[in-house]
Design a protein around this ligand. Sequence first.
Ligand code: AMP
Ligand code: GLY
Length: 433
Amino acid sequence: MKILLVGSGGREHAIAWKLARSRHVPNLIIAPGNAGTAALGENVPVKAMDLPGMVKLAKARGVDFVFVAPDDPLAAGMVDEMQKAGIMAFGPTAAAARIESSKVWAKQLMIRNGIPTARVDVFDNASAALSHIERAPEGSIVIKVDGLAQGKGVVVPATRQEAVAAVRSMMEELVFGNAGRRILVEERMSGPEVSVFAFVCGSFVSDEIAACDYKRVNDGDTGPNTGGMGAYSPPEFWTPELAARVRREVLEPVARAMVKEGCPFNGVLYAGLMLTSEGPRVVEFNCRLGDPEAQVILPRLESDLVDICLAMASGTLSKTAVRWGGDPHVGVVLASGGYPGKYPTGYLISGLAEAANDALIFHAGTKIGPGSEVLTNGGRVVMAVGSGKSVASARGSAYRSTAKIKFEGAHYRMDIAARSAASGSHSRQERAV
Ligand code: AMP
Ligand code: GLY
């Protein structure tokens, strides 16, 4: 079996690692991939957003199916293009990917279908948005651009002044381009956040799994937002009762709603939730695996990922087991000096082999140098993912491993999963479909 995997991050290395362990023993092509995926298959330098190039590659290589992992090509319709060309593809169509690519569309879907989320007002002109903000109490709102903005299109303003500045930069200066022509002003919620994932095939929702990620660059959740500096699974507060409630109130209703509205979802649905005093409420939906959450949940997937993809693509997921279990996993990201701002690349990375004795090492921004050495090639460079019988022991492995990886300017957070390890929770999530 031949599989083409689209993407080049840590998530894609984790997907390639899991696909490679399949009983189908697939030949993997990764486009464009990184130094980690090169050890599991053949990297081909076609960019993830090059839709015609990717279709051409899939055809030329006669692949059995394509796994589209990142949000941008999904939103642009890569799955639709593959299907038009007669190639099986895993992931939602552009119409279904709107659940992530248009926050306004997703919000309206939730409101029409009674899915719990923050109240919202939508604006497509700046003066109406500004006069609304004048009336809102300080600290009571969150401002978001409608379209995709690399996770940066959300501002949680502490003061009215900050709120006004956010609206002006989004709608007047168009710092997020057309994504900011429409904005949402949301009620501000509070509570712990959790990312919940399930394979969804039409109205069928597989067993779900939960993880927590760390968006800020520095310890104690300070400093600017990043793509994610670490993750762990399962969260200490994730109980079977909470999981059942999230399925009943969020995952199953949204899958049914998308079928009813003519854009059935096929792929991984990712619900970003806030656990408020009134219960779980949706912050956002994404139409794909999270990064870095994929790196801590895929090692907990006991079922064969190729079987799951084939079942999703043929609409028969309800007949295929999706079993999550396994030990707790904790992942720590090593990032380039300067990230998430500007950073240099091309530094030699040492200690990778020794680090692999304690943990799984998933590459993100890496490339192979002229002498087969591994060099830095991005902001987030590698992630060390430890496992153990408890979150505390998984965390110990992750940090022992992280300490062995060296490159110029490397930095990482010291507090990934610290709160969970300290809570002493050894809870495991183990259920079968
Ligand atoms: P999003 O890109 O929509 O996930 O938003 C990014 C982050 O902003 C979330 O992870 C939350 O921490 C925060 N956020 C977004 N919407 C809200 C809200 N309505 N209330 C409180 N915090 C929010
Ligand atoms: N971990 C956040 C994301 O993948 O969007």
